[in-house]
Design a protein around this ligand. Structure first.
Ligand SMILES: *Cc1c(COP(=O)(O)O)cnc(C)c1O
Length: 757
């Protein structure tokens, strides 16, 4: 049936209307149904070994646009709607964004599912179906306020499967109901799945805010992603969530193994489990337990599991490497404790070093240690990150198992992060080098031939300008802030964390503010754009948001400064905002303290859209710098080796914030937090707490790099004025972004770790 007829049939059945008579909301649900119908017919790829990608989060973003592209009908649908006087992008505005993730980790998982399907590999995601997400962010009184972020509707991408597993907790059981989201392949007639487990009777959203009864496991287990873990009930709830996910997921793996005609002792030959960060680590003892229930001996079960599981490390921040009290596991899943103790005993035979034990003397289970001992692969997510794991964080493990360690530099799907979010740039690229780069992203390098083509460079600038104008319209509609699209768009969008150093960027704003007040204007007007959510219990991160919002307010009210400097913080930064903002960015802020950002993926998306990176040599920025060359990136800051030394208690050079505070310039910028101007718009207690922290502690060393950061950023703003030279930098960045396609990353996972086909 033709698309037109199919659509008409759906709108007739559902609304007794022709498509022409439907509103955008109705058209969205009709297109959702149409897409689901076309995807349904697609079989899963058939290969010998099947991948299960376990992740606590999948930050999918809206799916209609993406799925229409994957099905190859995006253009047709757009045209069809246009003929009816409808605009596909307005229809897409009606789609709620699934709130199943929070930041880079979850977005990586979503990019990977897209690439696994695109490459025709058989691999499904496994996770939880959160009802209210992390939270929805609002700004009130220059502060972040959290509310639930519901996204499920009667018509949604979730497909009921009829599959239900029983998860045995200590003292009670819960049914895990499986619903799937289809992941159609962009290049072959196949589809994979994201498997999401949920309870039978989920709770209603909280009356106000995001507080709920954390002991009501049976109804609340899938309410929120990362419930507040500042108290014991919250921490226990996280363990309940994790076990719910991995027990149901492990049961699914064994059920599918049986359906495919294989015995339990053939698991490793036919399944791979990729453990995305430590949240799903209990899948290891759970699979061992289930295999033993099926008749395998402990030795056989462990033998299968250690050839099935592989672990991805995402962080070297000590506080993020999960350690759960064994007593929690004893309460949540008592059947796992004897297995974990046995795994610890065996690991202690491999090495007597207590630093690599699974169970420590405080009774804590080190989840990453279990993953490394009982997984066959351990990978970092950027070259520098993997080197730091081998040389420092996981050195003792690297000495034990050098063969397990490997690097897989992250990537992003250019289908969403270039083709879908920036059709104008895509058209310009296609016009220059053809369309082959979609399947062979390294072909983007063909753009380098246009480095001296004034016409192409001019069109590149025009595409960027149009994206900036469009973004200004979107921001004004959402938040009533009207920005100047002629100014330099300096963009820092990522979760709020002290190591990412949004506070350092805020100090830059203060520096420019004071300069303009003193009559010294920048080369070009600058707009500093932030987007960031702070974890609800992370007090210092919330203080930083408060500072940024206060600066925004202060400058909005100041007619002397406003023409030259603006600050805008996007409310509820999510994938949808990222897709609007990234095409509009001129400068990509990647200013984490060297050694702290494992990879970053925002840096890759921004580069692919022609933003020039201003960054430290951290995470994948190192690889970006190597690829684009020094003239096409702005780098600054202390080297990761030096930073690691500065943290070393034994080293003579330990970091003291006060040493860096006491320079004439830095002191003035930091003390501005307590200036009458800022106190007039802000909360004195919050500003003072932040001031005290930066001056006295500054754990992530913003003051160490501050002066060099400001100098290099000034230089970037000056260079922006040379439009053609700047356009050449943009072009080189786009041309070199092919390496950061997640298709490349997934090919490497498959060749080195998964061996699916
Ligand atoms: C890509 C992305 C991130 C990750 O950004 P980083 O700069 O790598 O931390 C976070 N949130 C959203 C919505 C994203 O799209």
């Amino acid at each position: 049936m033709e698309l037109r007829e199919l659509l008409a049939q759906i709108t007739e059945e559902r609304f007794h209307l022709t498509p022409e008579k439907c509103g955008n909301r109705q058209l969205y649900t009709a297109l959702l149904a149409l897409t689901q119908h076309l995807t349904e017919k697609r079989p899963a790829p058939a290969v010998a070994r099947k991948l299960y990608y376990f992740s606590a989060e999948f930050l999918m973003g809206k799916l209609l646009d993406n799925n229409l592209l994957a099905l190859g009908i995006h253009g047709q649908v757009k045209e069809l709607l246009a003929k009816m006087g409808k605009d596909l992008s307005e229809v897409e505005d009606a789609e709620p964004e699934p709130s199943l993730g929070n930041g880079g980790l979850g977005r990586l998982a979503a990019c990977f599912l897209d690439s696994i399907a695109a490459l025709g590999l058989q691999g499904d995601g496994v996770g939880l179906n959160y009802h209210y997400g992390l939270f929805h962010q609002k700004f009130e009184g220059n502060k972040q306020v959290e509310t639930p972020d519901p996204w499920m509707e009667d018509d949604s991408w979730l497909i009921p499967t009829g599959t239900v597993f029983t998860v045995p907790f200590g003292g009670f059981e819960l049914k895990a109901v499986l619903r799937d989201i289809a992941i159609p392949s962009a290049y072959c007639d196949r589809a994979n799945r994201l498997h999401l487990f949920d309870v039978e009777e989920p709770a209603q959203p909280p009356e106000s805010g995001i507080d709920f009864d954390k002991t009501d496991i049976a109804h609340q287990i899938t309410s929120f992603l990362y419930p507040d873990d500042s108290d014991e009930e919250g921490r226990l709830l996280r363990v309940y969530q994790q076990y719910f996910m991995v027990s149901a997921g492990a049961q699914l793996i064994l059920k599918e193994l049986e359906e495919r005609g294989f015995a339990p002792d053939e698991l490793a030959g036919h399944a791979v489990v990729q453990i995305n960060d430590t949240h799903p680590s209990m899948v290891i003892p759970e699979l061992i337990r289930l295999l033993m229930e099926k008749g395998l001996s402990m030795d056989e079960a462990i033998g299968q599991v250690e050839r099935t599981c592989a672990y991805t490390n995402h962080t070297i921040l000590a506080e993020a490497l999960e350690k759960w009290p064994l007593a929690f596991i004893e309460k949540v899943a008592p059947q796992l404790t004897p297995i974990i103790k046995e795994l610890d005993k065996r690991a202690r035979k491999v090495s007597g070093n207590p630093a690599v034990a699974i169970l420590d003397e405080d009774g804590l289970v080190h989840m990453a240690h279990m993953d490394i001992h009982y997984g066959y692969s351990v990978n970092g997510v950027a070259a520098l990150h993997t080197e730091i794991l081998k040389k420092a964080e996981l050195k003792a493990f690297y000495a034990l198992y050098p063969e397990k360690f490997n690097n897989k530099t992250n990537g992003v799907t250019l289908r969403r992060w270039l083709e879908a979010c920036n059709p104008e740039l895509t058209a310009l690229i296609d016009g220059c080098i053809g369309a082959d780069w979609r399947q062979q992203p390294e072909k983007l390098e063909g753009l380098l031939a246009y480095g001296n083509d004034g016409q192409v460079l001019g069109r590149l600038l025009a595409v960027k300008q149009a994206a900036k104008v469009r973004f200004c319209g979107q921001l004004e509609a959402a938040q009533g802030i009207a920005l100047d699209p002629q100014s330099v768009f300096d963009v820092q969008i990522k979760r709020l964390h002290e190591y990412k150093r949004q506070q350092m960027n805020a100090l830059y704003v203060i520096d420019k503010y004071l300069e303009i007040k003193a009559g010294q204007t920048p080369e070009r007007p600058v707009t500093v754009i932030f987007g960031a959510k702070a974890a609800p219990a992370y007090v210092m991160a919330k203080h930083i948001i408060h500072l940024i919002l206060c600066l925004q307010r202060l400058i909005e009210n100041d007619p002397q400064v406003r023409p030259w400097l603006r600050v805008a913080m996007v409310e509820n930064y999510n994938v949808t905002w990222a897709e609007r903002l990234i095409p509009a960015a001129d400068i990509s802020e990647q200013i984490s303290l060297a050694s702290k950002e494992a990879s970053g993926t925002g840096n890759m998306k921004l580069m692919a859209n022609g933003a020039v990176t201003l960054g430290t040599l951290d995470g994948a920025n190192v690889e970006i710098a190597e690829l684009v060359g020094p003239e096409n990136i702005f780098t600054f800051g202390a080297h990761s080796d030096r930073v690691i030394r500065l943290y070393d208690a034994k080293g003579g050079e330990r970091y003291r914030a006060l040493d860096y505070y006491h320079t004439p310039k830095v002191e003035r910028l930091v003390d501005f937090l307590l200036s009458p101007e800022l106190l007039a718009v802000g909360d004195p207690l919050a500003l003072a707490a932040l001031w005290r922290d930066i001056k006295g502690k500054d754990w992530f060393m913003a003051l160490l790099d501050l002066e060099e950061y400001i100098a290099v950023k000034d230089q970037a703003v000056r260079q922006y004025a040379g439009r053609e030279a700047w356009a050449r930098k943009m072009l080189v960045n786009i041309a070199k972004a092919g390496y950061f396609s997640s298709d490349r990353t997934i090919r490497q996972y498959n060749e080195d770790i998964w061996h699916l086909s």
